[in-house]
Design a protein around this ligand. Structure first.
Ligand code: CMP
Length: 138
């Protein structure tokens, strides 16, 4: 069972002023924040982060969108973190996300979907290591 997951509050969530509300939803749901930062991806970094999607039709738009403005990134800790966080955020497409989930409340579209959440333990570690050193985790 996973202990950590990785999240990004995407440019739409930040520019629309939802970062505080999303952080509150996450802590209310029982996740501990063990690393947190405000940053901005270059197109190169966004391309690397989402390299697994490079054959998809939406890849170029996703890369330019994800590098269009600042984001918050965090490592979250909880028992069953990956699955529980995916339940908390809801479906990728906010029009299909269950009521009360973060994406149902704050996302604009399938691309500008407010938050990212890791889809496996392996990817949680890869994604956490992409942004954070061991000295930035408490
Ligand atoms: P995320 O959970 O960060 O993982 C991959 C991202 O690609 C996803 O959220 C969306 O932002 C984006 N994405 C997934 N499917 C589509 C799609 N069909 N069209 C546009 N963007 C998509």
């Amino acid at each position: 069972m996973s202990q950590i997951t990785f999240t990004m509050f995407k440019p739409d969530a930040v520019v629309n002023g939802y970062a505080g509300k999303i952080l509150n939803d996450i802590t209310e749901a029982g996740f501990a924040i063990i690393a947190f930062k405000y940053t901005k991806l270059s197109p190169e970094m966004a391309g690397k982060f989402y390299a697994v999607h490079q054959e998809r039709g939406f890849y170029n738009d996703l890369v330019s969108y994800m590098s269009s403005g600042p984001i918050y990134v965090a490592i979250l800790q909880k028992v069953n973190a990956v699955a529980d966080f995916r339940t908390l955020i809801g479906a990728t497409d906010p029009s299909k996300a269950e009521a009360g989930t973060i994406r149902a409340k704050y996302a604009k579209s399938i691309e500008a979907n407010a938050v990212h959440g890791s889809d496996s333990d392996e990817n949680a570690n890869i994604e956490a290591n992409f942004f954070f050193t061991q000295f930035e985790r408490f």
